[in-house]
Design a protein. Structure first.
Length: 490
């Protein structure tokens, strides 16, 4: 019988979750290549740390920097130019792990968070690597102290010119005037004046801008420009933490979520949430799609629809969790029916917003036109059982599987026509690697656009766990993109 992965509430007990040491496959680099590669990268460290040292910020802020460098001992491959290819993913993760090792051991005013390779291009001596480096400055006081210091003009300087370092002109700030009715929680009246301590001499590179009359109006579709030194990537959507001990997606594991592996660091899958029934513990997975909304499967709420019975937790372990939130509301797709698997989708609103961090932030939602081809490599994560009717692990697990065409999954010996166009089939016909009970509602994600991760599926249903010719079936997110927007405005 074909059933959903969620079958019953399960009591949470630490005794049910023994810690097991799982075999992992580390990527091997011989000492000579490692040394050469390190020398190739280390040349940019002084520049990057120098740039970071330019900022003296009292708040806990994140900055992104664009770095380009040459690696002479890597021969360019054609697939390096295809950002969705296995070769690009493997090489990118190797470079990112090396950057992690180098910057984590360096000293400076900023804390290195992560890096992301954007492009690998050919060079006559090897390859050129373009990447984003992410740093964060630690807070130096309490929240109230930080607010006070940020309003203190002596803490600020103003620079002019097309580069931050070196600036064309620099001035100290003598006075800051905030709008009297500015509201931080809503961003209303978000405007301020800063008076410089000394005048700026106008030149070809520094000039004042004209201020419009209050009567001026711009019709819709008017083209305008915006400029600045802000982040060159999105607000964290789809960015994962990578570290030196994170194996490559291509590593050949013989395990799964049933036979998968435990996540190694916080932030490896930062959008993963656990939906828990109060008094019964973990029931389903979910994906954080904004600071207030989770996306999950409708069948998770088949028996318990009252939001007051539910809570959501974040982090790689169920106990202790990194963060908890109460559930304010649950919206189940109007056409979902328990006796079938179509429209198996729901959104959950949290009672209080999540504060995004390295370890907790949203996954990217694909456009409705986004297509994933058969054989594409994807990941599914969750705290589901390691075998049918087994206990739930305490530590989040992951497994790499691949997309299977719906035509194959609808063959008589597989699911015999039960897989509709609103579903994705993923796994292996040979079985073994699969989601299981308790993974329901969790994310099926794919890396696109320089290792930015997109939510393409929601764990929905299957027959047993890891059974031959019975891969997992996932709700197709792109099919419900308009529905998600209508309920959440995302």
């Amino acid at each position: 019988m074909v059933t959903g992965y969620l079958e019953r509430p399960v009591e949470f007990s630490e005794a049910d979750y023994p810690q097991v040491e799982y075999q992992r496959r580390d990527q091997y680099w011989d000492p000579i290549r490692l040394a050469l590669f390190t020398l190739a990268i280390v040349a940019i460290i002084g520049i990057a740390i120098g740039i970071v040292s330019h900022f003296v910020v009292e708040d806990d802020k994140t900055f992104y920097y664009l770095a380009s460098f040459q690696v002479t001992n890597i021969k360019y491959k054609e697939n390096y130019g295809i950002r969705t290819s296995r070769e690009f993913t493997q090489r990118s993760l190797q470079i990112e792990r090396m950057m992690y090792n180098i910057f984590r051991s360096s000293s400076g005013p900023a804390r290195f968070i992560k890096s992301h390779v954007i492009k690998i291009s050919p060079d006559e001596n090897g390859v050129n690597v373009l990447m984003v480096l992410m740093f964060r400055y630690p807070s130096t006081g309490s929240a109230e102290q930080i607010k006070t210091k940020n309003k203190d003009p002596s803490q600020w300087t103003a620079t002019f010119g097309i580069t931050i370092t070196p600036p064309a002109v620099q001035r100290n700030v003598g006075k800051i005037i905030l709008h009297e009715n500015y509201r931080r929680e809503t961003n209303e009246n978000d405007i301020a004046l800063a008076q410089l301590t000394t005048r700026v001499e106008f030149s070809n590179t520094v000039q004042r801008v004209c201020l419009p009359d209050s009567s001026i109006k711009l019709p819709p579709k008017t083209s305008v420009f915006v400029t600045g030194f802000g982040s060159i990537v999105d607000d964290g959507c789809g960015i994962r933490m990578t570290s030196s001990n994170m194996p490559l997606p291509a590593s050949s594991s013989t395990e799964r979520i049933i036979q998968g592996r435990e996540t190694s660091v916080e932030g490896e899958w930062p959008w993963q949430a656990s939906l828990q029934l109060k008094g019964a513990g973990h029931q389903c997975g979910a994906s954080l799609i904004s600071n207030t909304w989770l996306l999950t499967a409708a069948h998770c709420f088949r028996n318990y629809k009252n939001p007051r019975l539910w809570m959501a937790s974040f982090g790689t372990t169920l106990s202790p969790p990194l963060m908890r939130r109460q559930v304010q509301s649950i919206i189940i797709h109007e056409n979902y029916a328990a006796h079938k698997h179509d429209d198996d989708i729901a959104v959950v609103k949290l009672s209080t917003p999540v504060l995004f961090s390295d370890d907790v932030h949203r996954v990217c939602l694909p456009d409705a036109t986004f297509e994933v081809l058969p054989k594409s490599k994807v990941f599914v994560t969750g705290w589901g059982a390691l075998k049918a009717n087994g206990p739930f692990p305490n530590t989040l697990r992951q497994v790499e599987i691949e997309i299977i065409s719906n035509n194959i999954c609808n063959q008589v010996n597989v699911y015999g026509g039960a897989v509709s166009s609103g579903m994705i089939c993923a796994g292996f016909l040979s079985g073994k690697l699969d989601a299981c009970e308790g993974d329901s509602g969790g994310p099926l994600v794919i890396a696109q656009d320089s290792n930015i991760w997109y939510l393409i599926g929601i764990v929905s249903w299957g027959m047993d766990c890891g059974k031959e010719n019975k891969p997992g079936i996932y709700t197709k997110v792109t099919r419900y993109r308009d529905w998600i927007k209508s309920k959440t405005n995302i």
